[in-house]
Ligand binder design. Structure first.
Ligand code: NAD
Length: 496
């Protein structure tokens, strides 16, 4: 539900921030008693204290998860049992929507409106989706020599570590949790230190939904300590990760040096949005291009932050896009009318700002380009569009993860395909054209996990999401995500 600014502020004042881990069905202090203070990036003021879990806390969470997997009803009771609990959990998410939305908004700066209208209902819907899907997965009996039968069954993996980022704290956690749990695994979650509380609340709601103790555990803390304790744990069977490419690479090393645990890695991106001159509705293309660049403050792995426009319509398109960008002007994340919120932290705003300052030296700012202070916090940056920077500039090559896009004119199809594919990433791309042959041709040549035609960053929980190249491997969402959390087992029976 969307409230007024005053109502959100009142609700925020009543929130209970408890930053202790959730292990085996209860909250308790981390063994080290070490905590960090989490700031609200939109005000620069302290928000909560979060425990830093070390090896012994992670060991305890893994042991609870192993026990729940081996001996508890979660795996052994069968699918109908899990389906019922996951549906109750989905209902509880809806009932606690205000609280969950506020946790994410206050911690990482996104508009609470988007968390309440999109992230929380989307997360609840995803638990329902996997509750519905899990009993549609069929095992098989392949043809074998006479006198024998081979049953090929899909089995859960065991204990799954879930390491997630801050940009969609609840939603991306749910992308992992819902299929992992539906398949019968138990989990140890490590949320980002920048956005911890919605994960902790979700674990409490799982218990309230009747999910047995030890099935969902949340350890709070840093990547280098808590995350590494998961990545190197000898009794974790698989790690599902979303985050940067650098950390994804580190996880491959950690998995290889420990127990060869499986990995699903959703990593970074640098996605292109290609607008051909024959695009029928340029206004719509500009509207969606602004969404692709600025939604969630541009802190989106699949943000379409490289915009390529065919040269004959370049000026016309720039004018439309500049107008659309103004709709994303930042402000108080609790204001239901705000265009964007604050960046996740002052430190991250400094990094995004440095990239914009650098772009000013070689390119031209078409709109935005200013850092602004609201409520004594300078973690706000205007939606910014830059043109004229060279192709080896960081705006073209690196994930900036902020509200800044680079727009470039192109001549023809082959040139723009090469430009779009010229990054180490392969997460997403968009193409605008009225020519169906061109749409198909270009889409087939773009190296990207998702290509959107005549829209931007299309997504549904019924379709897989993930990347090629250094955007990682494994797919979230859809029935295919169950492949991450299960594997095939063959049982031969010799009859004669
Ligand atoms: P990050 O990689 O810094 O951190 C992600 C998670 O990994 C956090 O929980 C962090 O604490 C943990 N971590 C950090 N170092 C670790 C280590 N050495 N060992 C184990 N765990 C460690 O990413 P972030 O800054 O939280 O999020 C932004 C990044 O996430 C961007 O690169 C973005 O593209 C990516 N992302 C990708 C997708 C996708 O689906 N491909 C979706 C959203 C975000």
């Amino acid at each position: 539900m969307v409230h007024t600014l005053a109502e959100w502020q009142e609700l925020a004042g009543k929130l209970n921030f408890d930053g202790r881990p959730f292990i085996n069905g209860t909250r308790r202090d981390a063994a080290s008693s070490e905590t960090i203070t989490k700031m609200n990036p939109a005000t620069g003021k302290p928000l909560s204290r979060i425990d830093i879990c070390g090896q012994s806390d992670v060991d305890e969470a893994v042991s609870a998860a192993r026990n729940a997997y081996q001996n508890g009803p979660w795996r052994l009771e069968g699918v109908a049992y899990r389906q019922e609990k996951l549906r109750v959990l989905a209902d509880l998410l809806d009932q606690h929507s205000d609280e969950l939305a506020l946790f994410d908004s206050l911690e990482m700066g996104k508009p609470v409106r988007e968390a309440a209208l999109i992230d929380v209902p989307g997360s609840a819907a995803l638990f329902r989706f996997y509750a519905e899907t899990i009993d549609k997965v069929e095992d098989s009996l392949p043809i074998t020599p006479s006198g024998s039968t081979a049953m090929v069954t899909r089995e859960s993996l065991g204990v799954v570590g879930v390491i997630v980022p801050w940009n969609f704290p609840l939603e991306i956690l749910t992308w992992k949790l819902a299929p992992a749990l539906a398949a019968g695994n138990t989990v140890v979650v490590k949320p980002s230190l920048e956005a911890t509380h919605s994960a902790l609340k979700l674990a409490e709601l799982a218990t309230a939904a009747g999910i047995p103790d030890g099935v969902v555990n949340v350890v709070t803390g840093t990547g280098s300590l808590t995350g590494q304790a998961i990545a190197r744990h000898p009794d974790i069977d698989m790690v599902a990760f979303t985050g940067s490419t650098e950390v994804a690479k580190q996880l491959q090393i950690s998995a290889g040096e420990s127990n060869l645990k499986r990995l699903s890695l959703e990593a970074g991106g640098k996605s292109s949005n290609i607008i051909f001159a024959d695009t029928e509705n340029l206004q719509l293309a500009a509207n969606r291009a602004a969404f692709g660049a600025f939604y969630n403050q541009g802190e989106v792995c699949s943000a379409n932050s490289r915009i390529f426009v065919q040269e004959s319509i370049f000026e016309e398109f720039v004018d439309l896009l500049v107008e659309e960008a103004k709709g994303y002007y930042p402000g108080n994340p609790l204001d239901p009318e705000v265009g964007m919120g604050s960046l996740v932290s002052k430190k991250h705003a400094d990094e995004v700002w440095a990239a914009i300052e650098d772009a000013k030296r070689s390119g031209q700012i078409l709109v935005g380009g200013n850092r602004i202070t609201i409520d004594e916090s300078d973690a706000f940056i205007e939606p910014t569009i830059v043109t004229g920077v060279p192709l080896d500039h960081i705006l073209h090559t690196r994930e900036i993860f902020g509200p800044v896009a680079v727009i470039t004119a192109f001549k023809d199809e082959n040139e723009v395909i090469a430009l779009a594919n010229g990054t180490p990433f392969g997460l997403a791309a968009s193409v605008w054209t009225q020519n169906i042959s061109r749409a198909n041709r270009v889409a087939s040549k773009l190296v990207a996990g998702t290509v959107s035609v005549n829209t931007v960053d299309a997504l549904s929980f019924t379709t897989p999401f993930g990347g090629f190249k250094q955007s990682g491997f494994g797919r979230d969402l859809s029935i295919h995500a169950l492949n991450n959390y299960t594997d095939l087992k063959t049982t031969w029976i010799q009859w004669a």
